[in-house]
Design a protein around this ligand. Structure first.
Ligand SMILES: NC(=O)c1ccc[n+]([C@@H]2O[C@H](COP(=O)([O-])OP(=O)(O)OC[C@H]3O[C@@H](n4cnc5c(N)ncnc54)[C@H](OP(=O)(O)O)[C@@H]3O)[C@@H](O)[C@H]2O)c1
Length: 323
């Protein structure tokens, strides 16, 4: 099999490609980047595309995927497409319409994976980030288990092959796993994960429950000032990653991506230029030694780039727990 199509099995029997292309970009460039770079990513061999309603570019990602199907580069079944349920649609009756909206934008009959974006329900409505007169996010109170049951119904209806979560801590995962009458376990938990926040405890927890950990910000995030704490050091400038890269004649970025795949983590990579998108697919061309892996493990320092500060104070804010 083409190494670029390497996959891992999910707990519901479907398979997820171990490398995914990230489509999040700052609002002003999100649509343009999706149109330009998503088709290119498919041309160089990415077969897993990570989208979300809140990125506001699913229409452009959909056009890009359709263009690559139309020109014969791929078939629909060659592409693994993820979308995410935004927090303003957590009330059970809003879940299926939200997924149907994403499907319409993506011009797809089904997504391969649909995940709850954050465990933080927000006030329903048109605003993605509903705020009060003091600029504070307006929270909603929805039992995450009820949202999960609505996701289970979407899977049964064939609108998504698999269902999962994102940004859940282990207690929130436990809540779903221990839900009376659980029909499907989450197949994944997509979380920030990189050598400075290697999530080893959450990873062990997920592995013990057959939940795949999917890493975002694996390259240290895009450092978008609205969302990222810019006081944190730049991951790809880390001398240990660079030295290991030099040894293998690869870049620090490739070392950071390869690290995840070798520890059983599915990894997402954003690329906002063609050179990097082409480079990132080379993650399949080399192998880190056990000593390299140990040295990278040693870089962990619990640095979280995406703290989602506006969500602090929400009863389900996930990042106050150790893992
Ligand atoms: N579930 C969630 O809550 C969540 C949150 C965040 C992200 N995500 C998903 O995860 C994806 C990836 O995370 P991310 O967007 O934070 O970014 P990332 O994958 O950590 O990438 C960050 C930046 O690294 C640089 N880069 C990429 N390839 C490189 C290379 N080969 N050499 C050097 N630099 C390179 C680019 O930055 P510059 O050009 O700016 O230097 C890129 O924007 C997102 O696009 C999205 O799909 C999900």
């Amino acid at each position: 099999m083409d190494p670029k199509r390497q996959k891992v099995k999910l707990n519901d029997g479907h398979f997820i490609p171990v490398l995914g292309f990230g489509t999040y970009a700052p609002e002003e460039v999100a649509k343009m980047e999706a149109l330009e770079f998503t088709p290119f990513s498919i041309e160089v061999g990415f077969c897993h595309i990570d989208c979300a309603h809140v990125y506001q570019n699913e229409e452009q990602v959909g056009q890009a995927i359709q263009s690559k199907i139309a020109d014969g580069t791929v078939k629909r079944e060659d592409i693994f497409c993820t979308s995410k349920l935004w927090c303003t649609s957590f009330r059970p009756e809003l879940v299926r319409p939200a997924l149907e909206k994403s499907l319409k934008s993506l011009q797809l009959d089904y997504v391969d994976l649909y995940i709850m974006h954050y465990p933080l329900a927000l006030k329903p409505g048109k605003e993605l980030f509903p705020k009060d007169e003091n600029g504070k996010l307006i929270f909603d109170s929805v039992d995450l288990c009820h949202t999960w049951e609505a996701l289970e119904r979407c899977k049964d209806a064939g609108l998504t092959k698999s269902i999962g979560v994102s940004n859940f801590n282990h207690k929130q995962l436990e809540k779903i796993l221990n839900k009376p009458g659980l029909k499907y376990k989450p197949v994944c938990n997509q979380v920030e994960c990189h050598p400075y926040l290697n999530q080893s405890k959450l990873l062990d927890f997920c592995k013990s429950h057959e939940i795949v950990l999917v890493a975002y910000a694996a390259l240290g995030s895009q450092r978008v000032k609205e969302w990222v704490n810019l006081n944190h050091p730049v991951l790809l400038e880390d001398p240990v990653l660079s030295a290991i890269g030099q040894k293998h004649k690869k870049t620090a970025a490739l070392v950071a991506l390869r690290y995840q795949i070798q520890r059983g983590v599915v990894v997402l990579a954003k690329g906002n230029n063609k050179k990097w998108i082409k480079e990132n697919i080379q993650v399949f061309d080399f192998e880190l030694t056990p000593e390299d892996m140990k040295a990278i493990d040693g870089l962990n320092r619990n640095i979280r780039y995406y703290e989602f500060q506006p969500g602090v104070g929400h009863p389900e804010y996930p990042f106050s727990e150790e893992y």
